[in-house]
Design a protein around this ligand. Structure first.
Ligand SMILES: [Zn+2]
Length: 321
């Protein structure tokens, strides 16, 4: 990675988004609302982000979705997507509106295109400004606001299309990514590490869940945990394990609901912590895989915390911090 000059972006960072991601509407009062994406996009319109290269997310394919999800589940979602009203998948949490199928297919397409861009060298790194989030979606189950798991799909896409042997996903969303863990658990070439509030939704993510080859690393954090707890857990467990795994590509499940302003969760991270973890992950990606990073938006329910956390994350990805 070239040297950083103060305030001057030196990395080619592509951002994928799509208008269809605004049209997943899980209902009035649902925290995973279109306004989240508006907040993220607005935060990246200021002059310091003018070097970002914006792209419309392509539509993902059924074949890409089926890299992680079971064929009968994929068919269930596609065949039952509503043309009017709602389809409830998981209590009141995970709901499809008429725009939802297109939104989730754009999430999948963005993540896979991001992988293609960093593998071809078209971008140094990529951020997917898409919604809904994906890390709770298991191979045959939609849950926790998530329908398809775009981070896990992108990782398997990197293996299948680009022939990679080792792909890592690191997840700093405040919730444990049970779906990504389930998809990766028995696959030694896929690594998943998560720091998350515990006990908390979805209830998984204990230290004892380690995968078939110590390819799963969980760092539970107690309610009220702050910067020092978060950084200590990453420094002692996640970062060394990631380095040892030596990924050929790093995918970040970038949720900003561990922010102290978040209304759903109880951790106390600041924008500086999101910048810090981004820097640490990029250092490892630089050493292991030429800085190939695809970051994918997950949760974050304080519009203010989501906007400022995303900005802190992108500043580092652009090399302009
Ligand atoms: Zn979350």
């Amino acid at each position: 990675m070239p040297a950083s000059f103060s305030g001057i972006p030196i990395m080619t960072t592509i951002v994928y988004t799509h208008a269809a991601c605004m049209d997943h509407r899980p209902g009035a009062g649902h925290p995973e609302a279109p306004a989240r994406l508006t907040a993220v996009l607005d935060a990246l319109q200021t002059p310091e982000f003018s070097a970002l290269q914006w792209r419309d997310a392509p539509r993902g394919t059924r074949e890409q979705v089926a890299l992680v999800h079971r064929p009968d589940f994929v068919d269930l979602i596609i065949d039952n997507a509503p043309t009017q009203g709602y389809v409830v998948l998981d209590g009141g949490d995970t709901v499809m509106s008429p725009g939802s199928l297109e939104a989730v297919m754009r999430c999948v397409g963005a993540a896979c295109a991001g992988v293609d861009d960093v593998m071809s060298g078209a971008a140094d790194n990529v951020f997917c400004a898409t919604r809904p989030c994906g890390h709770h979606a298991e191979p045959s189950r939609a849950m926790g606001f998530c329908v398809f798991n775009q981070a896990a799909i992108a990782a398997v896409h990197a293996q299948e299309k680009h022939g990679l042997s080792r792909v890592a996903v690191v997840d700093f969303d405040v919730h444990h990514g049970n779906g990504t863990q389930a998809a990766f658990f028995d696959k030694p070439g896929l690594f998943y590490a998560s720091s998350h509030q515990s006990p908390f939704y979805p209830g998984t993510g204990s230290r004892s869940e380690t995968g078939v080859a110590h390819n799963i690393v969980n760092v539970p954090l107690a309610r009220g945990a702050d910067s020092s707890d978060f950084r200590a857990g990453n420094e002692s467990d996640i970062l060394p394990a990631l380095k040892a795994f030596n990924p050929e590509l790093l995918i970040i499940s970038a949720g900003f609901d561990a922010h102290h302003l978040d209304p759903l969760a109880g951790l106390n991270l600041t924008d500086d912590d999101f910048a810090w973890i981004t820097e640490e992950l990029m250092k490892i990606a630089d050493a292991c895989c030429g800085g190939k990073v695809v970051s994918i938006l997950e949760g974050g329910y304080s519009l203010e915390g989501l906007a400022s956390g995303t900005a802190a994350h992108l500043r580092v990805m652009m090399g302009a911090k």
